[in-house]
Design a protein around this ligand. Structure first.
Ligand SMILES: O=C(O)CCC(=O)C(=O)O
Length: 267
């Protein structure tokens, strides 16, 4: 029998979101000025791969993107992430800043809430019957916020992240720092990437399970890529339905990305 091909998961697991770890410790939070309260841009959802990968342009203004980059470069230390591929972990090379910030996470969610709802309607992926037991009558499993585990990635020339899939993560929902109190079974379902810069190379490329060439595909192997575009946001389903994807090597410039996830919960 043919050996099953192993698929790399998304690097070392992200630390569990701990709402209490950020309380009263402001330098562990992102400054609230990084996201304008006045940005009322209406976002339009585009299907990059129907039912799986979506993008919207101008989710962040160029000023907001530059502010995030300046903050990252001037105020916080980058951790270096560098490991070769193993059977279980994808090759990865980038710098990363990671903070748990419920307030910023929920503000980011509010910014993209409408397109999340639009995308979510297309995603016939959640077996609600297995998630929602009879004690949850009149409730539904729905997007509630973004993962407070916010990650900034910086890729310089030649840096890349190999093919992998992203897992779902359970989110501890205590109700003290969370945006709503009455949410159960909170877990991440969708990866969110905000592109803070435009660069050459560095595309996020998705590989379809079959290799039939697709209309509009940039790859000759049936893969579909999104080139980093300042201000754009990309959403892709993760967990069991996650498409294998990678971040291609940066050719020129610096790629900055703000990564979070959409958290679903029963409410
Ligand atoms: O940086 C990218 O373009 C992709 C990042 C990614 O694949 C991830 O965070 O899992």
């Amino acid at each position: 029998m043919a050996k099953k091909k192993s698929v790399a998961r998304n690097g070392p697991p992200a630390p569990p979101a701990n709402p209490n770890s950020t309380k009263g410790n402001c330098d562990r939070l992102f400054p609230e000025t990084l996201l304008s309260k006045h940005n009322k841009q209406v976002l339009h959802l585009e299907d990059l791969i129907p039912n799986a990968v979506f993008v919207a342009r101008n989710a962040l203004s160029s000023k907001e993107c530059e502010d995030w980059i300046n903050y990252a470069e001037n105020n916080s230390g980058w951790d270096v992430v560098a490991h070769p591929a193993t059977k279980w972990i994808a090759h990865r090379e980038c710098s990363r800043i990671q903070k748990n910030d419920w307030t910023m996470a929920h503000r980011l969610f509010t910014r993209i809430q409408q397109i999340v709802i639009d995308a979510s309607k297309q995603l016939d992926i959640f077996d609600k019957s297995s998630r929602i037991n009879s004690s949850y009558e009149n409730k539904s499993y729905q997007p509630v916020t973004c993962n407070p585990n916010l990650r900034l990635y910086k890729y310089t020339k030649g840096q890349w992240f190999g093919r992998h899939i992203d897992d779902t993560n359970k989110i501890e929902w205590k109700g003290s720092d969370t945006p709503y109190t009455d949410v159960s079974e909170a877990q991440t379902e969708i990866t969110v990437l905000f592109y803070l810069s435009t660069c050459r190379g560095g595309a996020t490329r998705f590989h379809l399970p079959n290799s039939t060439k697709r209309k509009g595909s940039k790859g000759d192997d049936g893969s579909v890529a999104f080139a980093p575009t300042q201000g754009a946001v990309l959403l892709h389903v993760h967990g069991d339905k996650c498409l294998e994807h990678e971040a291609e090597a940066v050719v020129d410039g610096i790629k900055y990305v703000l990564r979070t996830d959409i958290v679903y919960g029963v409410c």
